[in-house]
Design a protein around this ligand. Structure first.
Ligand SMILES: Nc1ncnc2c1ncn2[C@@H]1O[C@H](COP(=O)(O)OP(=O)(O)OP(=O)(O)O)[C@@H](O)[C@H]1O
Ligand code: SF4
Ligand SMILES: [Mg+2]
Length: 340
């Protein structure tokens, strides 16, 4: 498969109260055409900033180091016309809150046909016909009537299907999906994910899929990246992430998730609070919360260590491999329980 997207040593700082604050630190990964990469991590870890940087939608005054290459072209070198075309045709975004990304006084038809009419100069009847086809493709019945409706007349699930229809309208090669199902109930989530997966296959699109949900990432994504404090902590094939995590943070996330077949009195929470990239301590950003931390973890930022096709930013790897999930309990472990 061809590499479609390459993110290379990306460090992003944003202006806050007169100073630049780091939100992403040395983020690198690549994504092949047609494949799906998950991006998971706690709130504030930099998931949305990563997709905003890829789409070049950062606030004014942002300082960006490193590169984002799409199909070999450096995204931050694109001039106005090329950038417009990149955003309109090459990448599409789907957001968590579909309602916030529609105009309440414009119909679904206006929303769906606007880009076709302005970018592709499609005549109105052809654009409406295409919009009807798109609604049918995402499983929305009676598309003619739906085009005349306003966003408030559609449920959250239907509106997210409209967003998917809008995202695939230009047949983009990359979809940036930022928690597209988080605001939906479980049944609707499953329906929307089925449609998104089908559209992705039919249109041959690559997808960067952001979620808080490790299970969902495991089900949907070929590979998953775990972000913490604006850094990539681990990258692995999604199917392996649960059985064989390669980073104590991933192991803690795996351990903290609820399981239907496991009866526990209390779910193990990850102790401490997530930190931002800006406030991260010297050395390993996860060290203050890591039960395996030792002196050398604080000596410097751990490099991303390659283990086969996977990567981990932990100096105690591969020594801890296979021991973290089993060894993690509720409460503080005795020193004997922690593998050294
Ligand atoms: N416009 C902004 N200016 C300055 N800092 C920002 C801005 N937007 C976000 N941040 C900071 O960037 C960091 C990463 O935020 P981001 O929105 O990427 O997190 P996230 O992983 O998407 O979290 P969530 O799961 O809550 O959506 C956070 O520390 C956040 O406070
Ligand atoms: S480097 Fe040290 S503190 Fe960081 S995750 Fe690995 S064991 Fe924990
Ligand atoms: Mg976010």
């Amino acid at each position: 498969m061809n590499t479609l997207l390459e993110v290379d040593g990306l460090t992003v700082r944003l202006p806050v109260a007169g100073e630049l604050r780091t939100v992403l630190r040395d983020v690198s990964f690549s994504l092949d055409s047609g494949s799906t990469l998950g991006l998971v991590g706690e709130s504030g870890s930099g998931k949305s900033m990563t997709v905003r940087t890829i789409a070049r939608l950062l606030p004014d005054g942002a300082d960006v180091r490193g590169g984002v290459r799409f199909d070999g072209a450096e995204v931050f070198d694109l001039r106005a016309d090329a950038l417009r075309s990149y955003r309109a045709k090459d990448v599409a975004m789907i957001f968590q809150d579909a309602r916030a990304h529609t105009n309440p006084v414009r119909t679904i038809g206006d929303f769906l046909t606007e880009t076709m009419r302005t970018n592709d100069r499609m005549p109105k009847p052809a654009a409406r016909k295409r919009a009807q086809e798109l609604l049918a493709e995402v499983g929305i019945g009676d598309p003619e009537r739906r085009l005349r409706q306003f966003p408030h007349e559609l449920s959250g699930g239907l509106l997210q299907r409209v967003m998917i229809a809008a995202a695939v309208a230009a047949r983009p090669r990359l979809v940036l999906a930022d928690e597209p199902t988080t605001a939906l109930d479980v049944t609707t989530q499953a329906e929307v994910m089925t449609i998104l997966g089908r559209m992705q296959r039919e249109y041959g699109m690559a997808m960067l899929f952001i979620t808080h949900d490790l299970e969902l990432a495991g089900a949907v994504c070929d590979e998953t990246i775990v972000l913490y404090a604006g850094q990539v902590m681990e990258r692995q094939a999604s199917v392996r992430l649960h059985q064989d995590p390669l980073h104590p943070y991933t192991a803690a996330l795996v351990q903290a998730r609820p399981e239907i077949d496991r009866r526990v009195d209390r779910l193990p929470a990850i102790t401490g609070h997530p930190t931002t990239a800006y406030e991260a301590p010297d050395g390993c950003a996860f060290a203050p919360r890591c039960r395996f931390a030792e002196e050398r973890c604080r000596a410097g930022v751990p490099p991303l260590l390659q283990i086969g096709p996977s990567g981990t930013r932990c100096v105690r790897m591969p020594g801890l491999r296979g021991q973290m999930v089993r060894q993690q309990h509720i409460g503080s472990p005795s020193n004997e329980e922690i593998p050294r």
